[in-house]
Design a binder for this molecule. Structure first.
Ligand SMILES: [Zn+2]
Length: 463
């Protein structure tokens, strides 16, 4: 009977919890008097997150009242310190385990890039091939690597490295010649399978890593936030898109230049992941989706996140949503699919014309050997890369001169010209100017062969 005198208040009335301050606290009531027990007696109903529970039977309170009522109380009651609050211990947030730097470094071995389908496509299979130096720079920036052997041979690796340089996940993507996904995987799963097939024990780091509840627990490119503390951010879904964004819009060189980051997938646009963007301006580009669902969802979430992260501003442009045909939306196309059809040179900031070279000072001592001094490596930063394959140099001078002579003589049509099924030149004279300039400054560089080919195609078409 005695045990039923003090009970938790019935009903749904909640007060502020003395431990967590949330309005989820239920008081104990003395059923004989109908009054509340002192404020601290009660239970927080956030059982797993707070767990505060002070029970009057557990700290001697009920005994003390009984003695008072029986007249035997000596006035010296002290709540039993050890039984004061029965809290369910918060499950200790187990520290996440990371992927060792050595494991990432293997994916970054320079001679692997020749096998990397994604990277090689950027030189050979896109309409407007990129320069080796730009791709190398972007690869270094994001620490993108290659799977060398096995069933994912030739796949590209996209590491998710956090603010502190911890490697939280390495996504593995297989692409076809048009850089569309044909397979998705994770480096830790590949390594896991490799050992399991051979009945070998997993390495210690992987045993720990497999216990992580969430694998992709930071943004792709997050490590750049500490390197570029002031820059605005462009946020997309997939790492590939962030990589394209950098190649098209340029590298973060000035404080106003964009850093391109990716959340991983459409459901990872969440506070926990985005709180690292505190104080930044964030241009946000969700992938297209049926009826613009993702766009609406992210936009709504962003409003909530902004209110929790003072100084942060998410900017959404619905340009893509408005322009994209319904078929693209159904396919979930993204900004990468649009960019790759454009000439990246038109997107880069106009750089001031290069100054004429300074006169070279006269060298008195004969130079016998020029060596590149190697910079000492920092711990996780700055892996070394070498340029990817170089092809035999060719010379297009004859072709270029012929083209120049041909176009000089002719009157250019003011109207758009259709070059082939998918290319329409809207401004012929501008097209000529930029294409001729490109082939001249990259004479013989096979990656720019499509430019030469387009010029020749134009000549055939106009003929
Ligand atoms: Zn509480």
């Amino acid at each position: 009977m005695e045990q039923h005198r003090y009970t938790l208040e019935k009903g749904s009335k909640k007060d502020f919890c003395p431990a967590c301050n949330k309005k989820r606290f239920v008081h104990y009531v003395d059923t004989e008097t109908g009054e509340y027990l002192p404020n601290q007696y009660g239970r927080c109903d956030r059982e797993s997150k707070c767990g505060y529970h002070l029970n009057p039977y557990k700290n001697g309170y009920s005994q003390m009242i009984k003695e008072q009522e029986q007249g035997t109380f000596n006035g010296n009651w002290k709540p039993d310190q050890y039984a004061r609050v029965v809290t369910i211990k918060k499950p200790l947030k187990s520290k996440p385990a990371f992927i060792p730097v050595e494991v990432l470094k293997q994916t970054l071995e320079p001679d692997r890039y020749e096998q990397n389908v994604f990277i090689q496509n950027l030189f050979n299979n896109v309409p407007y091939p990129f320069e080796v130096s730009d791709v190398t720079k972007a690869v270094e920036l994001y620490k993108i690597g290659t799977i060398k052997a096995g069933y994912r041979k030739g796949a590209v690796t996209f590491p998710f490295i956090d603010l502190k340089g911890n490697i939280r996940a390495v996504q593995v993507k297989q692409f076809n010649k048009s850089n569309h996904t044909t397979g998705t995987d994770f480096l830790h799963s590949i390594i896991d399978k490799h050992h399991s097939k051979r009945n070998e024990p997993l390495p210690n780091w992987l045993q720990a890593y497999n216990k992580n509840e969430l694998k992709v627990s930071c943004l792709f490119g997050e490590h750049l936030l500490s390197k570029y503390p002031l820059n605005p951010v462009a946020l997309v879904e997939a790492p590939k898109t962030a990589f394209y964004g950098t190649l098209y819009f340029g590298f973060p060189e000035q404080p106003e230049d964009l850093i391109w980051l990716a959340v991983y997938n459409k459901s990872s646009f969440k506070f926990d992941k985005l709180k690292v963007l505190k104080g930044r301006t964030v241009l946000t580009f969700p992938d297209l989706s049926k009826d613009g669902q993702t766009f609406k969802e992210w936009k709504q979430k962003a409003t909530g996140i902004e209110s929790r992260l003072p100084g942060t501003r998410f900017i959404f442009s619905d340009l893509l949503e408005q322009l994209a045909p319904e078929a693209d939306k159904k396919e979930g196309n993204d900004i990468a699919d649009y960019l790759i059809k454009q000439d990246w040179q038109n997107f880069r900031k106009r750089k001031p014309k290069q100054k004429p070279p300074e006169p070279v000072p006269e060298i008195k001592e004969p130079v016998t050997e020029v060596r590149k001094i190697r910079q000492p490596k920092k711990e996780t930063e700055d892996f070394e890369f070498s340029e990817t394959i170089k092809k035999e140099p060719e010379d297009w001078q004859t072709d270029i001169s012929e083209l120049e002579r041909y176009f000089e003589k002719m009157r250019l049509p003011p109207e758009p010209v259709r070059l082939n099924q998918c290319t329409v030149i809207t401004n012929v004279s501008q097209f000529l100017k930029s294409h001729l300039q490109t082939v001249k400054s990259h004479n013989g560089n096979n990656r720019f062969l499509p430019y030469l080919n387009r010029l020749q195609q134009l000549r055939t078409t106009l003929n």
